[in-house]
Write a protein that binds this ligand. Structure first.
Ligand SMILES: Nc1ncnc2c1ncn2[C@@H]1O[C@H](COP(=O)(O)OP(=O)(O)OP(=O)(O)O)[C@@H](O)[C@H]1O
Length: 446
């Protein structure tokens, strides 16, 4: 069975760029009835926190995504140690003793003499005596994976045929001198162990992929199908960083941006598909086509996202928002939702309209201008008896128009202000039944 995964490090709150990776994997899995695994890359103990682990789970739930399984790298040390021991025994992983300043110096010298700054494998040429001497000095080795050399090729799901000359890469460090394993290695052990068949990730990982395909071969496991998508940048073109909290999903949630709009935006910008509202993740899954993602980075435009969020909201049926409206104390059912949804920028504004319709107006709410006093008095006198429905507004305002000669804006604007204390808002034909006769009487007499 096909298996996709999303593998964030819980070192910050997920941002919109991470959401692109998350959604591309989750939606490709949905489209292909494949499994979708959340893998928490939590081996960097100094930077990982449980708050961020919970944050990632909450963000997935908010977006409406439920992984089929959750794996934590911190639980899998035994698997890494076993794979490591095997590669050491086979001579594919070797100890190296250079300190970071020594490596930096070597890179500088290489650049200065026009050579690529690739690790020169000096550690492979150490004699047993020299190694013993280094250990006696108290140096502890880090460990490198010996790349096989030659060319690695893969058909990339986004970028098409990719080729990489392994001799242009340094042998990647797979284990630090403190014994901890590095991502480039643990990720391969996990993908092989879990049976991941497809990896969609940002193009910041392309070089890793070349080395990792070589590691899959060394471990005798078939590599997954790789696809590297373009990255999202902030409006000024800067990269996004989980650590810096840029464009975090949590902040977007707090700003009232709809989760379905975040999902659509994260997937559709920087692709051949137009950014547009969708009514479900299933619909969005139908629009995902990896080969239609563009190659250039895509800039996030918050205004575009906010507009998409409003449009998404306007099209949502009452069923889709009933629970959230309930939590906001909005009780008007489908009819109230119908009345207000087209005017909302965020769902929270439905609660404002519910308050305006059903609670006393605030003392500072706008009142009709003095020159409209006669019109308002006439309207008060002509207020129909209940029951009220959506036809009441038309019948009432026609009567007021006949009595006063007022038409159009001159007729409607003062009544809107008198009834709601606001110059703009939802269609009054739909809102009026929620205001009801008693409140309307009181408001018209203000
Ligand atoms: N700006 C971005 N646009 C699109 N995808 C991104 C972006 N930044 C990261 N990703 C993808 O998100 C996935 C999770 O990556 P990771 O947890 O390392 O996040 P990160 O934002 O790069 O983290 P950090 O800021 O902590 O280095 C990776 O597949 C990565 O390619």
């Amino acid at each position: 069975m096909a298996v996709y995964r999303f593998a964030p490090s819980p070192t910050g709150f997920l941002h919109l760029g991470n959401a692109r990776t998350l959604l591309l994997n989750a939606l490709m899995a949905r489209k292909q009835a494949a499994r979708f695994v959340l893998r928490l890359d939590d081996t960097d103990r100094a930077r990982v926190s449980e708050e961020y682990v919970d944050g990632i789970r909450q963000d997935l739930a908010w977006l409406g995504l439920t992984p089929d399984a959750e794996v934590r790298q911190s639980d899998r040390d035994d698997a890494y140690a076993a794979a490591f021991d095997r590669l050491v025994a086979e001579g594919r992983v070797y100890p190296a003793y250079e300190s970071e300043p020594e490596l930096e110096l070597a890179r500088k010298l290489a650049r200065a003499s026009g050579r690529p700054p690739v690790y020169d494998r000096a550690a492979l040429r150490l004699t047993a005596e020299r190694r013993a001497a280094l250990e006696a000095e108290g140096r502890r080795p880090h460990w490198r994976f010996r790349l096989s050399g030659g060319r690695v090729e893969w058909p990339d799901g986004v970028r098409g045929a990719q080729g990489f000359d392994l001799s242009s890469l340094s042998d990647p460090v797979v284990r630090r001198d403190d014994g901890s394993f590095l991502y480039v290695f643990t990720s391969v052990v996990d993908d092989a162990g879990i049976g991941v068949t497809a990896v969609v990730r940002g193009e910041d990982h392309v070089t890793n992929t070349a080395a990792q395909i070589d590691m899959f071969a060394a471990l005798g496991a078939p590599p997954p199908a790789f696809a590297h998508h373009n990255l999202l940048t902030s409006a000024d073109g800067a990269g996004l960083s989980k650590r810096e909290g840029s464009l975090s999903l949590r902040t977007l949630r707090e700003q009232g941006i709809e989760p379905l709009a975040v999902a659509a935006y994260a997937v559709l910008i920087g692709s051949a598909e137009a950014v547009r509202p969708v009514s479900s993740l299933d619909e969005l899954a139908g629009l995902v086509e990896l080969s239609r993602l563009s190659r250039a980075p895509a800039r996030v435009d918050m205004e575009e996202l906010a507009a998409l969020s409003a449009k998404t909201l306007h099209a949502l049926p009452h069923d889709a928002v009933a629970d959230r409206l309930g939590a906001l104390g909005v009780e008007g059912g489908p009819a109230f939702w119908e009345a207000v949804r087209g005017n909302l920028a965020t769902l929270g504004e439905a609660a404002d309209w519910w308050r305006i319709a059903t609670r006393p107006l605030k003392p500072e709410a706008a009142r009709p201008a003095p020159e409209d006093a006669r019109l308002v008095a006439e309207a008060l006198a002509l207020l129909p008896t209940e029951p009220w429905d959506e036809t009441t507004w038309k019948a009432w305002t026609s009567a007021v128009s006949a009595a006063t000669g007022a038409k159009g804006r001159a007729l409607f604007a003062p009544l809107r202000i008198a009834l709601t204390g606001e110059p703009h808002g939802p269609e009054l034909a739909k809102l009026l039944p929620f205001i009801g006769r008693a409140r309307a009487l009181e408001r018209l007499s203000r």
